[in-house]
Design a protein around this ligand. Structure first.
Ligand SMILES: Cc1cc2nc3c(=O)[nH]c(=O)nc-3n(C[C@H](O)[C@H](O)[C@H](O)COP(=O)(O)OP(=O)(O)OC[C@H]3O[C@@H](n4cnc5c(N)ncnc54)[C@H](O)[C@@H]3O)c2cc1C
Length: 432
């Protein structure tokens, strides 16, 4: 019997578990650890609450968690409750699937002013992440800026634009729904450093913007190259650009505007004790397609700024780390130590991108460690003994189901659940 431990129960962790199970059959025991008693990482805490069909992918992970060879062990933070070196003593291989939970900074003056928040914080706030339940983003002003040209920026802008009615069927947490319902924000400016051809926004997410109840997307036709220039684009991007171009024809008779401001590089955030504006430099594309400042500057008013320009992984003691992720070669960090998902490759791709990633690493593990005996390695029994000696109380998959059932039973009408937003509430449901 082999013993494997995966640190992190997001998509990458679950796809890797699925792949290891397929590779080893009943010859392996696989433990999936998470710092929270609730699994699935960004499926719960990142993916937008009004995109429920995407969240349904967790049903596939449920099946993995329920299978005989796999155990979910929650409420354990690796690097704090137990070290990677200790896990390597207990298991044949350790796979880090810890994601990339920290916002990248803009690196410009004024970004620490009150009213500037990272997308991980803002998204965590409306998705019930315990670290961000108290964020209380400033929604009393009329102008918001979202910095970034990807789908996360679109998520943030769309959530700021929707009416209460449009959140029906979502699992947005009650505190965010109430605050957004009273929001005074009327203009949401999306700042992109480059142009429409350089966006990382997908057609489905852009398409939704044309059908919002109270908000209309606004583009400046002069930002677009001639339409023939769209021809060589990859089909998905071509569709996204076509959707963006189409926004120019929409009637502007809705109370909220979502303004796409392309070729706009934030230079500094300004305000008297809180954010009031961003000073922006107009850019153009250089020969390599990068943004080059033109020297022309202007200001965009802002009572709230959300930065959505990427994420980095949390370092874990004794694991080599560089450029916001673990140093690895095709997922291998060191002997018997691997990384998958965002912890391996950084914050890119869709949920599905993590599948081949996890399968590839599982193949490497199977090649390096054929089915056989683990020798003295104890796996979960040793882990639990060690945790108990440190006063750490792990949770299991049945505990998660209990939390989930309680959340479903608390749901307001039209919502699939009302999430608990504090760690102690999860433990209270479990009687701990
Ligand atoms: C705001 C946002 C919206 C997104 N929307 C979409 C979308 O609509 N469609 C789509 O396809 N993709 C979307 N994505 C991308 C998708 O969520 C990621 O591709 C995917 O979640 C990455 O998986 P992961 O397992 O690497 O990381 P994560 O999902 O982040 O999982 C990491 C897990 O590790 C745990 N963990 C971290 N550190 C430790 C530790 N030290 N000890 C124990 N456990 C730990 C965390 O609690 C977490 O459960 C979105 C991403 C974001 C940020």
């Amino acid at each position: 019997m082999r013993h494997f431990v995966i640190v992190g129960s997001g998509p990458a962790g679950f796809y890797t578990a699925e792949a290891l199970e397929k590779a080893y059959g009943d010859q392996a025991r696989i433990d999936i650890l998470d710092r929270y008693p609730v699994p699935y990482g960004l499926i719960r805490f990142g993916v937008a609450p009004d995109h429920q069909s995407l969240k349904a992918v967790s049903k596939r992970y449920d099946k993995v968690a329920e299978s005989a060879g796999v155990d979910f062990i929650g409420n354990v933070t690796v690097g704090q409750d137990i070290s990677v070196a200790e896990l390597l003593e207990l298991y044949d291989a350790v796979i880090l699937a810890t994601g990339a939970p920290h916002d990248r900074k803009l690196g410009i003056p004024g970004e620490d002013l009150p009213g500037v928040v990272g997308s991980a914080e803002f998204v965590g706030w409306y998705n019930g992440h315990p670290e961000f339940a108290d964020l209380d983003p400033f929604l009393e002003g009329t102008h918001a800026i979202v910095v970034g040209a990807g789908n996360v920026a679109l998520d943030c802008a769309r959530i700021l634009s929707k009416t209460r009615h449009e959140f029906e069927g979502s699992d947005i947490v009650g505190h965010a729904l109430d605050a957004l319902d009273h929001s005074a924000i009327r203009t949401i400016t999306i700042l992109g450093r480059r142009g429409p051809h350089q966006i990382a926004m997908t057609p489905k997410e852009l398409g939704e913007l044309g059908h919002l109840e109270a908000a209309v997307p606004v583009v400046e036709p002069a930002d677009f190259p001639p339409v023939e220039a769209d021809e060589p684009l990859e089909p998905g991007l071509r569709k996204s650009v076509a959707l963006l171009r189409g926004f120019a024809d929409l009637s502007q008779d809705k109370p909220k505007r979502m303004v796409f401001d392309f070729f706009a590089k934030p230079l500094r955030v300004e305000g008297d004790g809180k954010v009031e504006r961003i000073i922006v430099e107009r850019t153009e594309l250089d020969e390599k397609g990068s943004a080059r400042g033109t020297g022309e500057t202007y200001e965009v008013p802002a009572s709230l700024v959300i930065t959505a320009i990427g994420y980095s992984t949390s370092p874990i003691p004794d694991v080599p780390f560089e450029g916001g992720k673990f140093v690895n070669e095709s997922g291998r960090i060191a002997d018997r130590l691997y990384a998958v998902g965002w912890a391996r490759r950084g914050p890119s791709g869709t949920i599905g991108t993590n599948r081949p990633d996890g399968y590839e690493v599982a193949e490497q593990i199977a090649a390096a460690l054929p089915a056989g005996s683990s020798g003295d390695r104890e796996g979960a029994s040793g882990l639990k003994r060690l945790l108990e000696s440190r006063g750490v109380m792990p949770t299991d998959y049945n505990d998660w189901r209990k939390i989930e059932e309680t959340e479903v039973s608390r749901a307001r009408p039209g919502s699939p659940r009302e999430k608990f937003v504090r760690h102690q509430d999860w433990l209270q449901v479990l009687g701990r």
